[in-house]
Design a protein around this ligand. Structure first.
Ligand code: SF4
Length: 80
């Protein structure tokens, strides 16, 4: 029997601070990131585009923020 082992390479190493920003020119206001993070990290601005509400991503929100980055249909969220 063959076993496959996958290793997830995470760009944010333990102890490093994760930041994220929305590139407004790319955002289409679909709301994926807002829904995924339950408005804790991303929310809509007055123009209906997403914005990152926090200066740094809390450790317990890093995984969901990575999902938001991954599933943004236009690649508008950049990890810093
Ligand atoms: S998922 Fe991407 S395109 Fe959709 S609201 Fe968020 S930043 Fe904008």
């Amino acid at each position: 029997m063959i076993f496959f082992h996958f290793t997830l390479i995470i760009s944010v190493k333990e102890g490093e601070i994760m930041k994220a920003k929305v590139v407004k020119d790319k955002c289409i206001g679909c709301g994926n990131c807002v829904s995924l993070t339950d408005t804790a990290i991303f929310d809509f601005d007055d123009d209906g585009l997403a914005e990152c509400k926090v200066d740094t991503i809390p450790e317990d929100k890093e995984e969901v923020t990575k999902e938001a980055i991954k599933y943004c249909p236009t690649g508008a969220i950049e990890e810093e």
